[in-house]
Write a protein that binds this ligand. Structure first.
Ligand code: LRH
Ligand code: MN
Ligand code: MN
Length: 398
């Protein structure tokens, strides 16, 4: 049995009112693959443009009040001037700084790793960058420092895996000691790329161990694209919820590996199943504080459109998962009525919630169809003109 229309709508409203998802600054910039970049005239190239785009997405969806920042890309000098500039942009565009992402993968000296580099000097400099990122978080009043390490090796026998674990444990303990009481350290894992033999934080077990070693304010960050094919991500999520170690998500979809595809474009049922775990933990009053973030950078799609499309998809999946009749499901699970349990579960997934979401938007003064509203606004055309002409100017000097 599915929930009645009015019960379902009340639940949808509650679910949507509390739903926030952070968007990444790098989702508005030009990106590509190692084979090439297809540049878009509308892409943001300054921090102001990224905030402007984020403000537009927030205006259209009402669900993205924070923007994740990547230190080297967005706060390159880390100076008080950078911080003051970001604070002014927050006010101008109505979007706050979100998670701070240290960048420990671009510098030439990180060829053999950052916090796990065999050179003590390089490790110390990488740790310095971590501490700097934590301080930036404090200056910007943003809570989460979100760590992803590209560290690893490409050839068997070329690095001591255990030494690197120790270096990492030491570094994270030291970094954690710099956190302010309200800050958190999120530890992201990824099985491979750019390292293709071993990656120092390859899975949730390693991330969980490191977070525990680091200290009580550290948690695990699950990037949905960072799993081996066939892994049961919602089971990982359930374990992290159970142990109180789930700190947040980077949402995206994937077909093969870390593809950064639009959330739900390949497997929306996966998103639903993950969200169901969160809703069910919430209704069991499990202690949790889970940050939802998008981590996608689109090479071919228009960046604003892709972001709005993703936020809308996340909202729809969040509502669908809120509409699982969890009491009924619990009873069916206990009596092992498998088919009925599965039908109750996936019945919510198949329910078309788009009309409910549109009604909620209208009630909240948000465009019923944010994608259409984006197109009607002329925003993309305007930035294409403005940024495009400037980029041509830059190119002619290159
Ligand atoms: C690595 C990753 C990590 C980075 C982001 C740009 O694949 O998911 O979160 O910070 O991409
Ligand atoms: Mn990520
Ligand atoms: Mn990734």
């Amino acid at each position: 049995m599915s929930l009645s229309e009015s019960v379902a709508f009340d639940r949808a409203v509650k679910a949507l009112d509390s739903f926030r998802i952070e968007i990444p600054s790098w989702g508005f910039a030009n990106t590509g693959t190692r084979f090439g970049k297809f540049v878009q005239a509308a892409a943001a190239s300054t921090i102001e443009e990224k905030f402007a785009d984020a403000g537009e997405v927030n205006r259209l969806t009402g669900a993205t009040p924070t923007l994740a920042l990547h230190v080297l890309w967005d706060l390159p000098s880390g100076s008080p001037h950078d911080v003051a500039n970001v604070r002014a942009l927050e006010k101008r565009y109505g979007v706050r700084s979100g998670s701070i992402n240290p960048n420990l993968f671009q510098d030439q000296e990180y060829k053999y790793g950052s916090l796990c580099n065999p050179s003590a000097e390089v490790r110390a400099r990488a740790l310095g960058h971590m501490v700097k990122s934590i301080e930036l978080g404090q200056q910007l009043g943003s809570r989460d420092v979100s760590l992803w390490l590209a560290d690893g090796s490409n050839y068997p026998g070329t690095q001591s895996i255990r030494n690197r674990i120790e270096w990492l444990e030491d570094a994270l303990r030291t970094a954690h000691a710099h956190l302010a009481p309200e800050q958190r350290l999120l530890v992201e894992y990824k099985p491979f790329e750019p390292a293709f033999y071993h990656t120092d934080i390859a899975d949730w077990g390693m991330a969980m161990h490191l977070a525990r070693e680091a200290g009580p304010q550290a948690r695990v960050l699950v990037d949905t694209g960072h799993h081996y094919a066939g892994q049961n991500i919602e089971q990982i999520v359930a374990w992290l919820l159970h142990t109180g170690m789930l700190g947040g998500f980077h949402f995206n979809d994937r077909r093969y590996a870390d593809d950064d595809l639009t959330l739900g474009s390949i497997d929306p049922y996966q998103v639903f199943r993950i969200f169901h775990e969160i809703h069910s933990a919430q209704s069991d009053d499990l202690q949790m504080d889970v940050a939802f973030m998008i981590d996608q950078s689109h090479n071919l799609k228009g960046k604003l459109e892709a972001m709005v499309q993703t936020v809308a998809t996340a909202q729809e999946m969040w509502v669908k998962a809120a509409l699982v009749d969890r009491e009924e499901l619990a009873a069916l699970q206990t009596s092992c009525e498998l088919v009925n349990a599965e039908e109750t579960f996936r019945g919510a997934f198949w329910r078309d919630v788009r009309p409910m979401v549109a009604t909620w938007r209208e009630k909240r003064g948000i465009p019923a169809d944010p994608l259409a509203a984006l197109r009607e606004s002329g925003y993309v055309e305007r930035i294409t003109r403005e940024r495009g002409s400037r980029q041509v100017g830059v190119a002619s000097y290159a």
